[in-house]
Design a protein around this ligand. Sequence first.
Ligand SMILES: [Zn+2]
Length: 248
Amino acid sequence: MHHQYLSWIDNLDVGAVRTDRPEGNTTERLAHALWEQAYSATDLVVNIHCNTRPDSLIYQWINVGNPATRERLVKMAEVFGVTTIVSDREIPEDATPTLGNMAARRGVPVILEELIDGRWISEPSTGAGVRGVLNIMKAFDMIDGEIEPQQGFPVVPGVNRFHGVVRAGRGGLIRFFKAPGERFEEGETLAEIYDLYGDVVEEVKMPVDGYVWAYPCGSSLGTSGGLQAVQTGANVAYAFTHEKDWPP
Ligand SMILES: [Zn+2]
């Protein structure tokens, strides 16, 4: 409604604030309510996000660093059936009690699903989301039915790892050469930044053999993808590498 990633009242991210402040600011109260009424009362969480550009790769992220949730997360990812980024990070004891960290502490598995088209209700996003959620419900015996494979968009199979954010060294207008999900070699040009006369001022290179899941450039109003213009230091691409075959 407000065209913003962050809460429009206090500019905070509900996934990053503390959940233990029922008397806190607006976003903390929201996180508290979500923890008390939803997260802490459930067996599985499917946290649905969305990238903004229409050509982003639909992907999911699981953290398998916690033995209490590992097996269920691997099963959820397998049946949801989209490109999977895997991390294994232990949540330190003194970590901020965010929704994600609290869930990890209580043994509630949270899978992050990144659909696309944040400002539109459109395919293939809605089909993938519905199919994936129903597949999880079937796999965990909440409803009857066969698991339906995903279709209609690219999937990079196996176990993939986030490599990092590729940034612009120069400001200007940007154009891209490959769609998310297409393979790049290390050093390949993934984007060109050019000035208002059309002269190329920078070729942005892929830092590693791998893939891009989205081009999160052109931030405006706290959300990426709104503009074709980039600034020096702006995010240009999220890069990831294929590590090995499933399972993690
Ligand atoms: Zn997200």
